[in-house]
Design a protein around this ligand. Structure first.
Ligand code: WT7
Length: 588
């Protein structure tokens, strides 16, 4: 185990927002945090109002809210006042289109300013904001548009042409497509900017209530199509608090979150948390590049930086040369999320960047950071840290007949959180049964396996299901296998996560061919291309191997665990339910 990292607070820096972790844990209540939020009359609460308009109301409207760095070198600031006006216009435009409370508004775009205007305007209109990752292919986009019943989609001309146009007739709920760069030549679409100009920039305060739906984030499970996790406006209390206590954000900070808003981190911490804490959010439109990143940290004088293990490992690969000549002295706090942060990455960051990365743990379902390493506490490299004040975390084991047992320190089990924090998801869209399955005895069961040590630090072990993380993105086997099975040559397909030095895991597919097909390199390439065209680069398998049959239980479920064990040369473990292996055993 890497050595403990002791914190010595630097007297030249502002004191941490969370000074006494233990005292805060002992006294904190969410009621107090939620009461702090109520800035609208009649018990109304709105994430976008908390994020931008309240700063205008208190005279801080001229502060830069969003600093957008375009991939071609553009640099554009939007003040809180400007964002308030633009989001008012968008909310008014939505209303003119007949879009209102509860309606879903999706966006499929890269990190462009219109995305932030769409998010805030949608929330002000009382509609539900649902981001789709721009590197999804047509199939994941279609599935999510159908499931969300989106009435509006904001996108670019190119993404529309590549991913939507051909399937538009199969999307009956989708009434309005707003193109951010429309030249008027795409039939059946509107120009986002023309619409924005027609909306007045004034609006009365939003009428949403704390428990009204605000955000819809899709997330994958082992089976079935992705689940739509619903978050409500009250979640903003958790965004604000975690922004303040975990990320140590304060008004005037320059803050950079590298996550894409196509995923939950890019919304909770790449839009909401920095704005409700009055920071300036840096958004870089471009993809990862070590030198560009160091230049941004230096030139923008970034104070707080939230990124992911895959990116950190790429920075490690770029070596200390890449950072040379860059002044990172403005950095006060660095944090990481999304996949295990290896201890070497923590010690490397301390040695090379002069500060350690602080691991944080949470999920789409939790809506906000639940377990973290805090600025004020020592770090045990490799550990995810300790629960947020207000969050009770435990390691449990599910009892076969229902309910859970709490386990002792050092024992491996499922990571569970006592239900009831503000940013907890309120349902899976149209899937109450799956929602209920996430809870037992008042605990939310995360699906992650972990250990809690004697001092209360949590250590990630793995998942208890077959979803995988690649470059920090959660991928479920169902979507990948389904698309492969659509190819005429494929009889069966199974997906696993294969360990990868940088991405953590990559998607690897195993395929059994139909009898009239023979494995060949050409067919392998064809299948990889087929999957990539439909799924997009973010989801498609990077490797594909032919095997005669996939291991299955006698009830026909693919045993991905065995595919994984074979790939890694591990012992096969319990194979008693494997098809043909143990005919005496009862079926499962
Ligand atoms: C899954 C949730 C994290 C919010 C955005 C992604 C894995 C997350 C860590 C961490 C090890 C982590 C878990 C979790 N994960 N943080 N610090 N160490 N694993 O949310 O896409 O719903 O993914 O990401 O497996 O369940 P998500």
């Amino acid at each position: 185990m890497a050595a403990l990292i002791h914190k010595i607070l630097n007297a030249n820096e502002p004191a941490p927002n969370l000074m006494d972790y233990r005292a805060m844990r002992a006294t904190f209540s969410w009621d107090i945090a939620c009461a702090e939020q109520a800035r609208l009359p009649y018990d109304r609460l709105n994430i976008a109002f908390e994020a931008v308009d309240r700063w205008v109301a208190t005279g801080q409207g001229e502060v830069a809210a969003l600093r957008w760095l375009g991939k071609n070198g553009e640099r554009q600031d939007f003040s809180y006042t400007e964002l308030a006006r633009l989001s008012n216009r968008f909310a008014n435009s939505l209303e003119q289109l007949g879009i209102g409370p509860g309606d879903r508004v999706c966006i499929l775009a890269g990190r462009i300013p219109e995305l932030y205007i769409t998010a805030l305007g949608t929330l002000k209109a009382g509609a539900v904001f649902c981001p789709l990752f721009s590197a999804f292919g047509p199939e994941p986009v279609r599935v999510r548009l159908v499931k969300s019943q989106a009435r509006v989609l904001v996108t670019t001309t190119l993404l529309y042409q590549r991913k939507i146009r051909e399937q538009r007739n199969n999307l009956p709920d989708l009434e309005h497509i707003l193109l951010t760069d429309s030249d008027g030549s795409e039939p059946g679409t509107h120009s986002f900017h023309t619409l924005l100009e027609t909306g007045p920039d004034h609006r009365s305060p939003p009428r949403t209530r704390p428990e009204d739906w605000a955000l819809l984030h899709f997330t994958s499970g082992t089976t079935g199509i992705p689940k739509g996790a619903i978050h409500v406006h009250q979640a903003v209390a958790a965004h604000q608090l975690t922004g303040r206590w975990v990320l140590d954000l304060r008004p005037g900070d320059i803050y950079w979150c590298t996550a894409d808003p196509g995923w939950v981190t890019g919304v909770s911490y790449g839009i909401i948390a920095p704005f409700v804490n009055g920071a300036t959010l840096v958004v870089d439109e471009a993809e990862f590049d070590a030198r560009r990143w160091y230049a941004i940290l230096d030139r923008e004088r970034v104070n707080v930086w939230y990124t992911a293990p895959t990116a950190i490992r790429m920075l490690m690969k770029a070596g200390a040369e890449a950072v040379q000549g860059h002044d990172l002295s403005a950095l006060r706090f660095m944090a990481s999320v999304g996949e295990p942060l290896n201890p070497e990455a923590v010690t490397w960051s301390l040695a090379t960047l002069g500060r350690p990365f602080h691991d944080t743990w949470w999920q789409t379902e939790t809506g906000a950071i639940m377990i973290a390493n805090y600025r004020v506490l020592d770090i045990r490299p490799g550990s995810m840290g300790q629960p947020l004040p207000g969050i009770e975390a435990a390691i449990v084991r599910r009892r076969p007949g229902g309910g859970v047992d709490r386990l002792e320190p050092g024992e491996e089990g499922e990571l569970a959180l006592r239900a009831g924090w503000p940013s907890m998801f309120r349902s899976y869209l149209d899937d109450e049964e799956r929602y209920q399955q996430c809870f037992a005895d008042g605990w939310y069961l995360s699906g992650d396996l972990a250990i809690c040590d004697i001092d209360g630090y949590f250590w990630f072990v793995g998942r208890n299901d077959d979803v995988i993380k690649t470059s920090g993105h959660l991928i479920g086997p169902f979507e990948v296998e389904n698309v492969l099975m659509e190819h005429p040559a494929v009889a069966e397909a199974g997906m696993i996560g294969k360990p990868d030095e940088f991405a953590g895991q990559i998607v690897k597919a195993f395929v059994a061919l139909k009898p009239s097909y023979v494995p060949s390199d050409a067919l392998r390439k064809e299948l990889l291309g087929f999957a990539r065209t439909r799924l997009g680069p973010a989801v498609a398998p990077r490797e594909l191997e032919f095997i005669p049959d996939l291991p299955k239980t006698r009830s026909g479920k693919i045993m991905r665990r065995l595919l994984r064990a074979r790939e890694l040369g591990l012992p096969l473990g319990d194979v008693s339910t494997l098809e043909g292996e143990n005919p005496e055993e009862p079926d499962v």
